[in-house]
Structures are given as C-alpha cells and as structure tokens.
Ligand binder design. Structure first.
Ligand code: GCV
Length: 608
C-alpha cells in the first residue's frame, strides 16, 4: 500500500501535542542533515514562510498551524525536487477546508467505498490510534483542517456524540489537534426532543435553552470544535419546516448557541421534494435549492455558512454550477464537493476530479464562497480510499481548498510523485491517464449532461429508466423523437435563476456548450450539434469512444510498475471498470437505438 508521503516515518509518535512539535519531528526525520529554526507568529494563522539558508539550515516562520503546513510544504517540495533558492510564502484562500464523513455509529459508511468507518464500530467511537495519526498527517499535508466524522443523516446512537459519547469525542479531538485538524459534528435538528422537550421549534425558548446548554457542555469538553453540520428538512430529516419556520430561523437558533464559543453552523442547502410524482411536470428538482434559500439572502447570522452542493442535482458527472453560488451575495457560502464516487464509479472506476473542479471555478469567482467542503472517500481499507488511485482526489482537493487557482496537472503530478516515485516517463503517463479519466467516464455513462441513468439507490452501473417513474425528480423523458427537459425561460424556467451572462451562455441550443446540452434542453434526435453531427450520432460516438478509451486506459495503466499490493488492487478494479464501461456503452446505445430507430452511421454493433 502506498500513500503520499510514504517516504516519512510510518510511525508518528504519540507524545507530540503541538503542531510545532509535530512540524519539527517531521522535518528532522525527513531531512536529518538540515537543522530547522521554527518561529511562531500567531498573526500568520495557517500561513507560513520558508527559507533555506546555505542548504543546511531551514527557517520556518508561521502561525501555530502555519508551522505545520509550512513543514509539510517544505518536505513535499524537496521530495518533488524543488531547490529553495529563494524563500516561499503561502496562506490559504479559505479558512475552513472541510472533509465531511458520512460515517454511521454502527461502522457503516453511507456512500462509502473504502470499507468500514475509521472512527466508529458497533455503535461506539472505536478506532486505531495509529491510523488516526496517519490520517492526521494525510489531512494536514494536504492542507485540510476540519473533519466532520459522522453522517449528516444522524441515525441513533450518533446523537450521543453530544451526550454520553462526548468524553470519547474529546479524546479523538485531542488526537487530531496536533495536526491542526478540528472536529465538527453533524447534529440532529430534533435532538432536544430526546430530552423531554415536546418540540424542536427553533423559536421555542426551551429548545433554544437546550441548544445553548448543550453548546456550553460540548465546548467545555472540546474548546476548538469547529461547529455543527446540519442536514434539515432534506430526505426525511427533521427541520424547521415542521414548525412553519424557515431555514434562517433554524440555522440562526443554532448559531446563537455556538456564537460565544466561536463555533460555526454549516447548514446544508440540499432541500428538494424527494416524494415527487413523476406525472407532475410543474416541479423541476434543480430549481428547489434556489426556491428555498435565495429569498433568505442576508438573513443568516454571521456564524452561519450555507453549504451548497456544486450542482443543482446531486454530484452527477456533469452539472451546471448551482445558481445559489452565483446569487447569494449577502450570505456566507461553502461549496460542497463529493470525493466519494457515489455516481462516478464507486472508487472502482478511475475518476480524477480536479479537472471538473477547475471547470466549476471557471464560472465561480473564488471570492463568492468562503469555504470548501467535500464528502469523504475514506474508509478503513488498508489504503484508506479503496482504489489506491482515488487518493489523488483527497490530496488534490486539499490543494484546491488551499488555493483554488492551483493547476490541475501540477496537483496531480505532485500526488503521483509523492506516492509512487516513478521515472519521468512513467509519471507523465500516469498523470495523463488520471487527468483524462473523468472525461472517459463521462463518455460511457449518461450523455451530455442528462445524468441519472444509473442503477437506482446503489448508483453503480447503467439503468436508463431506473429513475424515470420514481419519486426523486430526476427524469430524462426520452421518447421516440426527443430527450431532455427544457429548462430555459420557455420551459421550466430554471435558467432564470442565473445572472444574464450565464443564461446567455446556455439558453440557446445552437450555442449551448455541447456537454451541457441535455441538461438545459429537450431536443430531437436529429438535432444538429455544433460540430455537424446529429444528437443521436453524438450519443453513439461518445459511448463507443468511451469504451475504446477505457480499453486503452487499462492497457496503459496496467503496464505501469505499481508496487504490491497496489498493482493487484488496481488490476482488479480496472477489470471491473472495463466490464462496467461495456455495460454502460451497450445499454445506453441500445436504449436510444430502440427508441429512435436511427442506426449508427458508422455501422457499429448496437444490440437490439
Ligand atoms: C447523506 C444523496 C445521497 C445520500 C446523501 C444525500 C445528502 O441523496 O444518495 O446518501 O445522504 O445525497 O447529500 O444528504
């Protein structure tokens, strides 16, 4: 098993209590020939400045945690071959660089593809301290600093993290503290009702008191807890709507309780009707978040951050940027990404995400948000991410959260070098395979932004009509003539939620970027794409190409000298990806061929 920074000591001592102690330990054990002078300047926070004087003395200046980030930066730069002829300074763009684990107390992970939880077993906090320290190193070296360890769907007994399990949680917080990682807890909005209070109404004085007292207790045990993460009124979770209150009233009530302790409320905006009747053509699910939140812009307390999924649906391979991220100018926002490959191959198929994140930032001014969050792809598999190459997503996410202008190829190259130490040719081959993997996956799955043609619930493999007559609002409405939903002004009006520059880019099917075409438009199969091909031909071509490119990716990937046991795991997963790509290609092509009756103009095999 190879993790990035495997060049460092595999044991991290138990007795290093401060980030500066850890920084010194990591530096001195990585480079015994260099003596380091660490100078703490509190005002620098997470920022640092590194100098290498005459090659033998290093001087590191930084805030309390900045010293640690500086140490890892120096170590990684040197391992990647940087000379340090002049000083290097850096500070993160976002103060909160968050990882959200969807771990349940029984040890299962919702949408987890790397084994069981690293934190919970049998309903209790129960973990391997060495693995937690190793995780601390991985997170800190990637620049990540907030870890929410429990699922946003708070199933009993996870509520006890704020109650009987609080002492255990505090021990875990102590373990992460030297790594600059602060814990966060997902909370159940109805939790006061476990304590004899008949309501969870956010305006009820008894409810407010309960949360105030709870915050006091929690912060007495964990003074640097980052705050609470909340999924409310979403997919059956309790929330303010039950009491006729809006989400500003709900979030602000918790914010008031956390305020004296410097905690934040991270309030998720994943609210939509998950009991939709497929016959209902008035409701268009992507419009939901805007309808629930846009009118509340400016109403949230200053320690509330709205956490918005990057797209209006749910982590499909291609979705537009959520309109909330462009529209809520008076509200603190975090963008939520998903490292767990729920819809993107379950950490079986290769899928490197940073090219997609960089596309989001082409339309998202980095200052529109003040934080990034990502759903974790971690588990207790030996390599932490199931597929050894899925770790690139955790590492590059950290680099992006530190500096959204980071170059995708630079970030991926750095991960490859720190993990495998290949020759330059091998490294270049791996980097280019990783960078192409997202587009390849996109080609063989649901076409041109339409999404959702995936096996319901499990979300791996094709089932083009699996969600078509279901409750989730995720319809493509393919018939014998056309496919897609018109989301322009004359259709569902979804595009009206965006600023004019954005609308103009997508509203006309003749000029809409082709990869988003079926997200915004309903089009006949003989519609002419900008490149002259018909829509149906483009669908066939993409799918055949996606399968071919997967085959070529497999050949190239499997010729690289991965060490054991990575090579076995990679080979096994690659074979499963090949099977999956073929299923997707044939089923999607057959689906559209049967409906449209239009043959492939290149005469390739479509199974009818
Ligand atoms: C944690 C999707 C997933 C759910 C997840 C939810 C969310 O619906 O399938 O497993 O629940 O998103 O983000 O809250």
């Amino acid at each position: 098993m190879r993790l990035w920074l495997n060049q460092l000591n595999s044991a991290i001592p138990d007795n290093l209590n401060e980030p500066a102690d850890l920084a010194l330990y990591e530096l001195e054990s990585a480079f015994p020939g260099i003596s380091f002078d660490l100078c703490e300047q509190a005002s620098m926070g997470d920022g640092y400045r590194i100098e290498l004087l005459n090659g033998e003395t290093g001087r590191l200046t930084g805030g309390k945690t900045g010293l640690l980030y500086g140490a890892y930066r120096f170590i990684m730069d040197r391992l990647c071959g940087s000379g340090y002829s002049s000083p290097v300074s850096s500070a993160p763009k976002y103060a909160l660089r968050m990882v959200n684990c969807w771990d349940n107390a029984d040890g299962e992970i919702e949408r987890g593809y790397a084994g069981q939880s690293l934190f919970f077993r049998n309903g209790r906090l129960d973990y391997d301290r060495d693995r937690i320290r190793m995780l601390g190193r991985l997170l800190a070296s990637a620049g990540l600093n907030v870890l929410c360890i429990n699922n946003v769907n708070v199933h009993f007994p996870a509520q006890l993290l704020l109650e009987d399990y609080l002492p255990d949680l505090s021990v875990l917080a102590n373990l992460f503290r030297p790594f600059g990682v602060r814990l966060m807890v997902s909370v159940d909005f109805s939790q006061p009702m476990r304590h004899g209070i008949p309501t969870a109404d956010p305006l009820d004085p008894a409810v407010r008191d309960w949360w105030r007292m709870t915050a006091e207790r929690v912060y007495a045990a964990i003074p640097d807890l980052a705050g609470f993460l909340v999924k409310a009124d979403s997919e059956g979770r309790p929330g303010p709507f039950t009491y006729g209150r809006n989400h500003a009233e709900g979030a602000n009530m918790l914010a008031e309780a956390l305020k004296p302790f410097g905690g934040v409320v991270i309030w998720r905006c994943f609210v939509y009707n998950c009991r939709q009747d497929w016959r209902d053509t008035k409701t268009d699910r992507p419009k939901a978040a805007w309808e629930h939140y846009a009118f509340l812009d400016g109403e949230f307390a200053d320690n509330v951050i709205l956490q918005v999924k990057h797209g209006p649906f749910d982590f499909q391979v291609r979705e537009p940027l959520s309109p909330l991220l462009l529209g809520m100018k008076k509200t603190k926002l975090a963008m939520e990404l998903q490292l767990a490959q729920e819809y993107t191959g379950h950490q079986i198929d290769l899928y490197t995400m940073i090219p997609m994140w960089k596309e989001l930032y082409e339309e998202l001014p980095a200052d529109n948000i003040m934080s990034l969050a990502a759903v974790s792809n971690l588990g207790n598999d030996e390599n932490y991410t199931g597929h050894p190459l899925a770790a690139v997503n955790l590492y590059t996410y950290g680099l992006l959260a530190w500096d959204p202008s980071v170059d995708a190829a630079f970030a991926v190259t750095r991960w490859c070098r720190l993990t495998y130490g290949f020759t330059p040719d091998q490294e270049q081959a791996l980097v280019s395979l990783l960078l192409s993997s997202r587009r390849i996956y996109e080609k063989y799955t649901a076409p041109l932004g339409i999404g959702w043609m995936i096996t319901p619930h499990d979300h791996y493999g094709p089932n083009p009509s699996g969600y078509e007559y279901d409750l989730w609002g995720t319809y493509h409405k393919a018939d014998r003539n056309a496919v897609g939903i018109d989301r322009t002004h004359t259709g569902t009006g979804y595009l009206d939620q965006y600023p004019e520059w954005f609308r103009k880019k997508y509203e006309n099917p003749g000029t809409c970027p082709d990869l988003y075409l079926l997200f915004y438009h309903r089009l006949p199969y003989d519609f002419r794409m900008q490149d002259g091909r018909t829509l149906i031909q483009r669908i066939y071509d993409d799918h055949f190409e996606g399968l071919e490119e997967t085959r070529s990716l497999a050949d190239k990937l499997l010729s690289l000298p991965f060490p054991e046991p990575d090579s076995d795991v990679i080979r096994d997963r690659m074979n499963r990806q090949l099977y999956n790509a073929r299923e997707w290609c044939d089923i999607i092509n057959t689906f559209f061929h049967r409906l449209s009756g239009i043959p492939d103009d290149k005469g390739r095999i479509i199974y009818d």
